[in-house]
Every structure is written in structure tokens, then in C-alpha cells.
Design a protein around this ligand. Structure first.
Ligand code: ADP
Ligand code: MG
Length: 648
């Protein structure tokens, strides 16, 4: 397979401009190219997308990508398009003409990547239609979602396995950035993958320093953490109101700060994200709405004002610090009352089923929708007017909408789901004539063509703000040009929709057919509660290295103390498990293994293989000794958590 890896590297370079794979990527790519089903566990930011995109390019046929998160799909599709690769997504809310246009491109073999939400995959029409396609690879991204939402609740996840069976042998790769051992097993079972190749990259982030502290004043803790901030900071809060209030407070103290949450208009969001990224206001007080696709190298502080809902969420959010391999400080300041509040939040997120049912029926009335109708239709929605009319509480409606979305019934779009789309209606020859006839339009036509591959064949996403930014003009000038092009009948333009919409994912059900399985529903609640309790147990515990606690949760047992977190620091890096003689003898044994960089887990394996580690407790002593050597500077620890003996 050495050959195909060379091909893969060449593709990596040609399309992405990268010279080397990140740790773990090559193993995933090689495994896929060998035709193996593969489960890839790589931390967030580890480069999971490329793990299926690169081999797909080396394979003949279409790559189907199932992903539960629409925003991520949109992001990936537009990235691939910008790279000149053909990609599209079939998601709820597309008109039937639009979805059909995409299917036709797949029929013709013109698509390399097709992103789908799981419910699309399970439709009968889809299975029939896709039999005619040459499918090279099935990738399931964010695969932990499959386990998290339970099979009773989202039956379509279950059908991914059925789809695989119907398609015959279909090489499948599942990717996730947060899987405990139990979740891994569940993913394999749900996807019907029998003994897949497992590629697991360590989740350790040795450059992050965790400080989890109970505190009398969170304001003080935050200001302390901000002292001497170089680079950017993210302050995570649990509600929109908190994000506004806290950012006002910090602003009043003179900090360059702004708030970010889902209640802002798309323009505000865009603007604030820009001013955060370009360092005008490097402190962002945000809800978890800020996060998707943030990959900024120089975040130096991630501060949690409210406890995160799970270790998975915490790992992702805190992990946004130190992406450049430099230091990151991750502070979580808490008070007892926060823990109670967090528990209440989880409970609130699951309103009684009867209440959800009532809200569902009210939504049907709001949209004036007959029973049996509405699938894939969208309606203007105003949550406060809705609550007023049906005498409902906004908070409850909000949570009910989340559940209805998860149950694949109705989705409220927090932001405009559909971006503006644009397409030239004429051939390139005709367009050329027009460019000669209308020299003032020529630069705009040129820009449109250059920045939007495929624009002559099918509607492509269009963002006038981005285009203005990238070309140094104004959005007004661009919209005027678009307008002219429409008048000349050269261009189709569908503007972006900004209002909040309600989109029916399935037809409206009669009250008698509305059914959320109560057992599955309470299982979901309990799973959420368990994750929160795991988080709380971690932050309230003392004595054990924070980093190890998190890694143990993700199933990594061979980790060592980080030496940086508050627990390690207050333990003072003491190490008394070995006598001086023992330590010297041990050093001589271990040293040769670390003449080249080795991950602690690999080291443990190697030592075990030679009978030099006898059981978990023995490893524990040795890990402490290693951590001590790291602290003393005798052993180096790199960003990928590999160890190397200095001055061999
Ligand atoms: P994940 O899905 O694992 O969180 P992504 O696929 O979104 O990660 O990739 C994270 C970032 O890493 C992206 O900006 C991507 O361009 C970058 N990246 C991926 N692979 C490589 C590589 N081999 N070399 C350099 N950068 C890479
Ligand atoms: Mg990803």
C-alpha cells in the first residue's frame, strides 16, 4: 500500500497545500485505502475531515458523508468547492427542485462528495436512486451523535447499517472527536461495523494548564485570569443574558470585549467574529453558539463562567486554547450554586412529553398546516408572538423545539439556513459576448466566475459580504452589479433568508400519531445527567491531575500527570514512590526507549512487552517518575504528548 499512500500525500499537497499528515491521519487514510472499515478517534482539530476526503480523491466514485450537524456540512461543502472539488449537501429544507438538481449531478457522476443528514440516507427513494451511483466510500462524521441520541429516538441512525447492507460491501469510516469506550462500541454496533480498524490518537493536550477552582468571586477569578493576556480569550457562559451582562461588566472596566450568542443577527455575528479574530476585541464572552469552525491559533485563555454540560463539551471548548502548540490556560471557576443551576438546566431541557405534544400541535396551527402536509416546507416564525398567542413560556418552547428537531419533526432555524444562491443562466460563450458589451460589469462577472466554481452549471452559495471583503469593494456595489445581471437575464439570484423560520422535517402528524417513546426520552435525560455528574465529579474532586481525569474519561489509562494543572502544582511535583537506588536503576532501563519520541501509551506497551511494567500500579509509579523528569527538564514533552530523553 506504500504506493497509494504516496498518491494520498500527493493529493494532500495538491489540494490542501499541506506537506505532511497530522498524527493519526496517515493511519486512517491507509486503512481506508486498504478497503477496511475504520473507526477514527482523533481529538477536535486533529484533522478528521481530511481523513476521508483525501482517500476519497484517490478512489474511483462518490464519497457519501453522513453528518448530523448541518452547519458543519455547509462549512465543509463550501471549503471543498473553493478548492475546486465538486461537493454538495442534501439537507432538510431544500426545495425539491434543488435536491433533484443535486441527485442529477450524482447520477451523472459529477459529484465527488455528497453530504447528507442521516434521515436522507434512510429514505426508500434514496436507496433506489443511489443504487445507480458508484459509491466509493461512506464516511460518518461526528459519529458519537449516533450513540448519543438513542435508536428509539432517531430511528434513521439505525438505518445507516441497513443502508450499508443494501449497498453490499461499502467501505465505511466513522469519525469522532469525543468517544468514551462505551460510545465507541455503540458506534460500531449501530453502523454494523464488524471489528473495524481502530485508529486512536491521544487526546492529551500537554500545553494546556487546567485550573478548576471553587471561588467566592467569579468576577475576581476572571479578572485575575485576564491579567497580562497575550492573544485571545474565550469566556464561556451558560446563557445569552449572562453573555450580555458579563461583557458589559468587563467593558465598563475597560477590557476590549464583546458578547456572542445565537440571539444576534447574522451581520452582528459576522462582525463580532471578525473583530475578535483580527484582535480589535480579543475577548469574547460567548455561549456555545460560538465555536463551530473556530480554529484560531492564538487563543491563550478559555474561561468557563458556568460549568460545562459534559466532559466532552469541556474538552472541545477548553481545547480551543493553544491550537498553535503554545500555552493555553483553561480556567473553570465555580460556586456550589452553579452546580445546582447546571443540574436544573439539564432537567429543564426535557419538558414533559405532553407539553411537547401540545406545542407541536400549536406549531401546526401557527403554520396553518393541515395534518399530513408540510414536509420540507418553511414558515416564518416569531417565538414571542407564538408564545403570546398560545399562552406558552418561551423557555419551554425553546426546549421543546430542540427535542422536536432531534425527533426529526420540526426544526426552528436559529439563523438563516439557506445562504444566497447564484447561477449564470447562459453559456460561457454568451457570457463572453456580454462582458464585451458591458465593460462596467466585466470585473464583477470575472469575480463571480473565479470565486464560484460551477456557477455556470448549477446554483452555488454566494455571500456578498465575503465577496466584498475579498475583492476590496462594497456589498452595495456587488448587489447593484447582481441586480444589473438579473435585468439582463444572465443570472439567477436567490437572496439569503434572514427571518427565523420553522421548517417541517416530516409531515404534520395528527395528535394520535405524535409519539415520543417515553423510555427513550427518559434514557436521554439520564444520559445527559450522567455526563453532567461526571463533569461535576471532576471539577469538585481534588488531588488527581486534571488532565488525567479527562483522559481517563475518554478511555486513556496510560497517561501521565501533566505537571501544569492546579492539582499537580499544589502537589508540588513531589515524587517519593521510589528510593534513590530504585530511581537510578529505573532510569537506566527506560532511557533507551526514549531516544526517539514516544507517546506514554506506546512507552507503556513497549515496557510491558519487555516485562518492565508489571500491572497498573507499577505503571503508576513509573508515570510519576516520568512526570517528575519532565518537570526537571530531563525529558521533553512535545505538543503531541510524545516524550524524548534530552542529552541521550
Ligand atoms: P476535526 O474535524 O478533527 O476537528 P478538521 O478536519 O476540521 O478537524 O481540521 C482542523 C484543521 O486542521 C483545519 O483547519 C485543517 O485545514 C487543518 N489540517 C488538517 N489536516 C492537516 C494537515 N495534514 N496539515 C496541516 N493542517 C491540517
Ligand atoms: Mg470535524
Amino acid at each position: 500500500m506504500a504506493n497509494s499512500i504516496e498518491v494520498a500525500k500527493e493529493l494532500l499537497h495538491r489540494y490542501w497545500g499541506f506537506d505532511a499528515f497530522k498524527p493519526g491521519q496517515e493511519a486512517v487514510v491507509a486503512s481506508i485505502l486498504e478497503g477496511q472499515d475504520t473507526l477514527a478517534l482523533l481529538p477536535t482539530g486533529g484533522g478528521k475531515s481530511l481523513c476521508y476526503q483525501v482517500p476519497a480523491l484517490a478512489m474511483d466514485g462518490l464519497c457519501l458523508v453522513v453528518s448530523p450537524l448541518i452547519a458543519l456540512m455547509k462549512d465543509q461543502v463550501s471549503r471543498l468547492n473553493r478548492q475546486g472539488l465538486s461537493a454538495a449537501s442534501l439537507v432538510s429544507g431544500l426545495s425539491s427542485t434543488e435536491s433533484e438538481a443535486i441527485r442529477v449531478r450524482a447520477d451523472r457522476g459529477e459529484l465527488k462528495f455528497l453530504y447528507l443528514s442521516p434521515e436522507r440516507l434512510s429514505g426508500k427513494d434514496f436507496v433506489t436512486r443511489s443504487r445507480g451511483w458508484k459509491i466509493a466510500l461512506l464516511a460518518v462524521d461526528e459519529a458519537h451523535c449516533i450513540a448519543q441520541w438513542g435508536h428509539d429516538f432517531r430511528p434513521e441512525y439505525q438505518r445507516i447499517a441497513a443502508f450499508r447492507e443494501q449497498m453490499g460491501a461499502l467501505v465505511t469510516v466513522a469519525l469522532t472527536g469525543s468517544a468514551t469506550p462505551a460510545v465507541c462500541d455503540e458506534i460500531c454496533e449501530r453502523l454494523g461495523m464488524v471489528r473495524p480498524a481502530l485508529v486512536r490518537q491521544s487526546f492529551a493536550r500537554p500545553m494546556l494548564s487546567y485550573r478548576w477552582q471553587e471561588t467566592v468571586s467569579k468576577h475576581q477569578a476572571l479578572e485575575d485570569a485576564l491579567v497580562g493576556l497575550k492573544g485571545k480569550a474565550l469566556v464561556y457562559v451558560g446563557s445569552r443574558r449572562n453573555s450580555e451582562e458579563l461583557s458589559r461588566y468587563l467593558a465598563s472596566k475597560g477590557y476590549p470585549v464583546q458578547a456572542y450568542h445565537a440571539g444576534l443577527t447574522p451581520e452582528q455575528r459576522d462582525f463580532r467574529q471578525q473583530t475578535w479574530m483580527n484582535h480589535t476585541k480579543p475577548i469574547m464572552v460567548c455561549t456555545t453558539a460560538f465555536g463551530m469552525g473556530i480554529d484560531q491559533p492564538d487563543v491563550r485563555l478559555v474561561f468557563h463562567w458556568d460549568p460545562p454540560e459534559s466532559p466532552e463539551a469541556y474538552y472541545q471548548e477548553a481545547g480551543r486554547a493553544g491550537r498553535d502548540g503554545g500555552h493555553g490556560l483553561c480556567v473553570l471557576a465555580w460556586q456550589k450554586s452553579d452546580l445546582q443551576l447546571a443540574r436544573k438546566r439539564v432537567q429543564d431541557a426535557f419538558p414533559p412529553i405532553e407539553q411537547i405534544q401540545r406545542i407541536y400541535q400549536a406549531l401546526g396551527q401557527w403554520c396553518n398546516l393541515a395534518v399530513g402536509g408540510g414536509q420540507d416546507q418553511r414558515f416564518a416564525f416569531d417565538i414571542s408572538a407564538f408564545c403570546l398567542r398560545f399562552d406558552l413560556e418561551q423557555r419551554v418552547v425553546y426546549h421543546a423545539l430542540q427535542i422536536l428537531h432531534r425527533a426529526n419533526l420540526v426544526m426552528a432555524e436559529e439563523e438563516s439556513l439557506l445562504p444566497a444562491r447564484i447561477r449564470f443562466k447562459v453559456s460561457s460563450a454568451q457570457l463572453y459576448e456580454q462582458r464585451v458589451l458591458n465593460p462596467t460589469l466585466d470585473p464583477y462577472i470575472d469575480l463571480l466566475l473565479r470565486k464560484h466554481p460551477g456557477i455556470l452549471d448549477h446554483p452555488v452559495r454566494f455571500d456578498e459580504r465575503r465577496m466584498a471583503r475579498e475583492s476590496g469593494t462594497t456589498t452595495v456595489a456587488i448587489l447593484q452589479a447582481i441586480h444589473r445581471l438579473q435585468e439582463l437575464d444572465l443570472l439567477d439570484y436567490t437572496p439569503r433568508s434572514d427571518q427565523q423560520n420553522l421548517c417541517w422535517l416530516s409531515e404534520r402528524l395528527p395528535p394520535s400519531h405524535f409519539y415520543l417513546p417515553p423510555q427513550a426520552y427518559s434514557d436521554l435525560l439520564q444520559a445527559r445527567q450522567r455526563r453532567l455528574e461526571a463533569m461535576i465529579a471532576m471539577i469538585t474532586g481534588t488531588g488527581t491531575c486534571r488532565s488525567r481525569l479527562m483522559l481517563a474519561y475518554f478511555g486513556e489509562t496510560a497517561a501521565m500527570d501533566c505537571g501544569r494543572c492546579d492539582a499537580c502544582i499544589s502537589a508540588g511535583g513531589r515524587f517519593e514512590e521510589m528510593t534513590t537506588q530504585e530511581f537510578q536503576a529505573w532510569t537506566l532501563q527506560v532511557r533507551p526507549y526514549l531516544s526517539a519520541p514516544l507517546h506514554p501509551a506506546e512507552l507503556r506497551q513497549a515496557l510491558e512487552a519487555h516485562g518492565l511494567v508489571r500491572g497498573p500500579e507499577d505503571w503508576e509509579r513509573q508515570a510519576k517518575a516520568l512526570a517528575w523528569l519532565v518537570q526537571q527538564g530531563a525529558v521533553a514533552r512535545d505538543v503531541d504528548d510524545r516524550l524524548l530523553w534530552k542529552n541521550p
